[in-house]
Design a protein around this ligand. Sequence first.
Ligand SMILES: Nc1ncnc2c1ncn2[C@@H]1O[C@H](COP(=O)(O)OP(=O)(O)OP(=O)(O)O)[C@@H](O)[C@H]1O
Ligand SMILES: [Mg+2]
Length: 383
Amino acid sequence: MSVAVQETLSVSGIILARTMGRGPQLVQHFARISGDLAKLEVKSHTAGEWQWSLIGFALAVLPAFTLLVGGLLMKTDNPATIGTLVAMIALQEQLLWPFEQLLEIGRDARKTRALFARIFEYLDKPVEIVERVDPVVIPRKAMRGTVQMEQVCFSYENAHRPAVNNVSLTIPAGSHVAIVGATGSGKTTLGYLLARLYDVDKGAIRFDGVDLRDMSFDTLSQMLGVVTQDPYLLHASVAENLRFSRPEATDADLIAAARIAQIHDHITALPNGYDTLVGERGYRFSGGEKQRLALARTILRDPPILLLDEATSALDTRTERAMSKALDDMSNGRTTITIAHRLSTIRHADLIVVMQNGRIAEMGTHDDLLAQGGQYAALLRGN
Ligand SMILES: Nc1ncnc2c1ncn2[C@@H]1O[C@H](COP(=O)(O)OP(=O)(O)OP(=O)(O)O)[C@@H](O)[C@H]1O
Ligand SMILES: [Mg+2]
């Protein structure tokens, strides 16, 4: 039910429902789900309840039964005294009470086990990406930022073809590489592999000569900063969103990062400035503003390798140009990998890699590729 509420009552959900005219159907859908949930609740509260009633009934009848037996015993030749009978009943009460408690615990345990079965189902799932026992740790000062990919292959589970197929690429520290290619050609997947969100099936990826699988998670996250295609902002203030990447950052650090991402002026113009609440219940930033906030957040970490996956796609060309200039100015030896559809933005990259169906179709500088008259030239003509 909370998924249904999230989907239909969130701002994007309402916009979708309104523009598609699906309001009444969603109300029906919600009514059906809450009906199902109500039935389930009733069922869970009444399951095994008749057995429990029988036990309760038996326990309530027992004292009466004792009285009956006692009464009968009084009529015999060797009659029991009233005192014995009262003592018996008192004793019985004392014994029945803990017995009742015990039964109740049994009932609760049964209910809880049913709920825990669902939790354990998740806990029992094998962890796919694990840190090595003695991982390689590289101090921030020693990081240079070279990236090597060696015959990297990767397929998603149940996919009929590999998303990344035999990709080999060496990126020297401090250079700017652009990855372009048709939609679905495996660019984002390649980025996921660099961030080790998935492990490669074959081949290897190395940062500064260290295989990602040997690197500590901490080193990896310091080494690579990622701005994803659809940035996610927390429901918190702008400052808290930025500090998520580096909690100890000073206000001056925040402002410097926001300046590079070309968002500082916009934030200061807001009534609450850096304390403005972000998210559905707070200030709603535009697509391009969100991208710039996400970029500022990553810049704040100051990683030696920066991966931008369509991170500036929602910006107008002037803002984008100002941003890439600011990025270049502060890069001092930072390796930048840009995934882009807008070819005008990557024209000056040191190396342009064109991907097609998970493979590298061609690579070179803008001028080389243009002269070759292959894929890149075709993409450029189509732009
Ligand atoms: N989780 C997944 N499970 C199965 N297949 C996936 C998954 N994610 C992506 N794919 C598939 O892998 C291929 C490569 O996807 P990827 O997201 O890397 O493309 P892309 O080059 O980034 O495209 P775009 O330019 O549209 O962002 C696509 O065919 C896609 O459908
Ligand atoms: Mg993508």
